[in-house]
Design a protein around this ligand. Sequence first.
Ligand code: FES
Ligand SMILES: [Fe+2]
Length: 466
Amino acid sequence: MAVDFKDIQQGYGTASGPVMQELLQQDALPLEPALCEKGNFFPEFKKVPFKRYFDPEFARLEMEHMWKTCWQVVGREEDIPEIGDRKLYEVGELSYIIIRSGSDEFRALQNACMHRGTRLCNGNSSGKSIKCPFHAWEWNVDGSLKNVPSRWDFPGVTDEAYRLPEAKIGRWGGFLFINPDPDAGPLEDALGVLPKHFSPREAEQRYTVVGIRKKMRANWKQAQEAFFEAYHVIETHANILSYNGDTQTRYDIWDDGKSQISRSITPSAIPSGHLGDDASRLQAAQDALKTFALPFPGVELPEIKSAETGRSEVAAWRREMMGKLLGVDFSKCSDSYMLDANQYFMFPNFWPWFGEGLPLTYQFTPYGSNPNECIMEARLTLPVPENGPRPPAAELIELDFDTPCSSAPALGIMASVFDQDFSNLPLVQIGLRSCRDDNISVTLGRYQECRIQAFHDMLDRKLGLK
Ligand code: FES
Ligand SMILES: [Fe+2]
């Protein structure tokens, strides 16, 4: 049963830093339709047992009732641009070859040889066929059988019966999704409000500039929950409080029983509510301006004229500077679109961000069958220039458990923020496992951590626990 969220305090604003909803109403330009949308769901208060993050039995339930039956993102079409290009997608012990089988056709093929089971694909690769390294059984890129050495010895092997089995594949916004369940409903059931909220410029008309695949010693849920809320900014990213509206963040959830989408919008260029009524809004605009300029050394910075208009001034500068640099017309984009961290989530693990404030995409999956480890993919994307051509996608940088993001210079200023976030995760995982009381549970903030509560509410429904 959903709760009436009118009874819940929705954020904390100050004289110098109003809550996100007020900032949206004060925007210098008309808001994009998505920014006018409000959630339709608020979860009941939820206690989440520590055990859920490390118990192998719970991980098994997730595998059986969620990963094997739900739509899940596996990457972007641009990752495999040519026919025959392929990448690996693995969740738990399930493994698929995600392959471009035609100029506008993709497949998710079983990654195990139909002769004696050898794994066929070990990572990004390309070629006209898929050949087993053991006895050279071979398939075409569409999964049809191409060749079996000594075929005379396999009288039962027919072309029809020996296609590589495939999972359902779905496409939205330049992203590829699979569903291992042959009886699954359409991808649209899981996308919920995403297609309504995202225009092509926020999804398919983008390309990956830089990205990582980071192994982490944390349960996949625990890792992604570090990104559901801005509550952690006060301690984990204390260096950005002067220009980041953490307590002013707006949270929305849409849940129709089949899909769950949630969103947080954290304003930039205003001071955190933790800094009180007297915090400087002028300083907030100046600090935001400097941070936004970091990836563009040498770019000219305007003088911020006033505290009142500072946020809009930073947005105006960003519209013009990025417009010129990227060959994209941002002149009609709202201040919020250009500045704020607007982060969407689709159950169970897909995180497409919205707008140009911080255009990231995340994906979290368990690593093998160990509930204490996961892999996070994170990409920074940019809009494709309006007069083309589409720039090639950057290959994701592989980062092992103990390799910090700061070792990848291509990540620029994102590296230090990610390293701040990632530093907590193994500590949480160790702490969760260290308690004597089996019934202990996490204590979640009613509003700022509502997306975590909603996520577990949906998870309970999927696993048949509710
Ligand atoms: S196991 Fe693949 S060809 Fe024999
Ligand atoms: Fe963070």
